[in-house]
Design a protein around this ligand. Sequence first.
Ligand code: PBG
Length: 324
Amino acid sequence: MLRRPRRNRKSATVRAMVQETHLSTDHLIFPLFMTEGQNKKVEISSMPGIHRLSPDHLLEEIYTCMELGIRTFALFPQIDESLKDSHARESHNPGGLYLRTIRQIKGQFPEASLMTDVAMDPYSSDGHDGLVRNGQILNDETLEILGKMALAQARAGADIIGPSDMMDGRVGFIRQILDAEGFTNVSIMSYTAKYASAFYGPFRDALESAPKFGDKKTYQMNPANRREALIEADLDVEEGADMLMVKPALAYLDVISLLSQNYDLPIAAYNVSGEYAMIKAAARNGWLDGERAMVECLMSMRRAGANIILTYFAREFAGWQRKG
Ligand code: PBG
């Protein structure tokens, strides 16, 4: 045999030398859930190791993560039911939990990079990402609220704005408002191809943000579609997005690969709550090695073409890497 591919696998040194894909904390964004109060740290039952944190614990968590080399965080608020309304007014209240905490984090950790979420669902009494009228989720009428939200977040110190509602015209509208107010350096990571997925279940538990009626299929994409992701990506590029995201990640590696081959912008993959929960549940049952499964899955996203991965494993991965 002239050709023996096994020669390139013969030792750890050779294997490391020919390794095609690498993964480090530089690539990771850690999503964190915040809640009002003091000294609160409540584990989300479907996401072992992930908590809703009051601002004091959140700051500690960020400190620990920064020590481990994780520097970018995606923040999601759990809003008290009494503060929710049909227009998500709490979303741009400068004294509210989210904006107040962002200012605090930036004050204490100026070098931390913060990604903020622009969508109505955590603040909406309807539990939908957009304004609801007669059972319809409105597209254009929601823009004004999202614009206020994005601007308030930029003022609080957000580094990356993440419009996550998967409706039309978000990126362009937000870009224009940010620029008009002088926030030309605030980035936009668009939720370009976000699918109507069962894998968001644990996240909606964490934020108590599940829709009060219906589902999100009129705005999130049909899991059966691939080419449609190209339409969404074209629009996001035209509208001025800085990074394109695919969500979820594991069941959509082909879409990550498609976008990474067709666009020059950085591609992000959102390794969502349900994907985290699956591995944790299986590992807890002793059905697989959780750490190896974690690394293998994260690596698959990088291999598919993701430059950036948003993952609830970020801290665990950093710890695993540190221990060698
Ligand atoms: C909603 C939003 C969702 C997630 C992030 N932003 C859920 C949804 O669309 O209902 C899910 C993230 C996860 O499951 O980890 N704006």
